[in-house]
Design a protein around this ligand. Structure first.
Ligand SMILES: C[S@@+](CC[C@H](N)C(=O)[O-])C[C@H]1O[C@@H](n2cnc3c(N)ncnc32)[C@H](O)[C@@H]1O
Length: 180
């Protein structure tokens, strides 16, 4: 019994250490967007986005799954740089048998966003600062960006929503044609 407990504690600590070390690469922890906020953010997407739907940093895969159900005729692409969340997303998508999702283990900054119709983000201020010039350079006029908690530094949002989820207030920023 003692051996089993020790092994479980060791395993949990190993996972925590791996997540902590990988967070240093990604610059953020794989904290998920809670369901109420996620659903509200998806409601703020266009009815039929003009191109692929991207999730920049898809974590454990809940949002890509929700997006693929809401937009069954669109290609949903989730980027996740860290290993455990990436494989968990892959597993969940395989089990769901949904065909319109691609999960990529790579830095989203390395890909072009020119085919994106709508983008979901829950990142950090630093990520949004780095993404802003990329959005300006690559996104088409019809593209929409919906960001949880972290605004773009210079482009004013088309709308901002604050609502309560659990003990917290969530702020969501919507950018239409994210250019200044
Ligand atoms: C706060 S979590 C949000 C997860 C998910 N989007 C959600 O809202 O539930 C941010 C995720 O972005 C990933 N990430 C951060 N920078 C990235 C990058 N440059 N390329 C790919 N993934 C990245 C992190 O590893 C982390 O899992």
């Amino acid at each position: 019994m003692l051996l089993v407990t020790t092994l479980i504690i060791f395993f949990i600590m190993l996972i925590i250490i791996i997540i902590e070390l990988q967070s240093r690469i990604s610059g953020t922890i794989p904290a998920p967007t809670w369901a109420k906020t996620r659903n509200r953010m998806i409601d703020l997407f266009p009815e039929s986005p003009d191109g692929d739907i991207l999730e920049l940093g898809c974590g454990w895969g809940s949002t890509v799954l929700a997006l693929s159900k809401r937009f069954p005729n669109h290609h949903v692409i989730g980027y996740e740089i860290t290993t455990l969340p990436f494989w968990m997303s892959k597993l969940r998508i395989a089990l769901s048998r949904r065909k319109n999702i691609t999960i990529l283990q790579k830095n989203f900054m390395a890909d072009s966003f020119e085919n994106a119709g709508a983008i979901f983000t829950y990142l950090t201020f630093r990520h949004m600062k780095n993404l802003e010039p990329k959005f300006i350079a690559e996104l088409k006029e019809s593209a929409v960006v919906v960001s949880h908690s972290f605004p773009l530094p210079n482009i004013p949002p088309a709308t901002t929503e604050i609502f309560r989820e659990g003990f917290w207030n969530s702020t969501v920023y919507v950018y239409k044609t994210p250019k200044n």
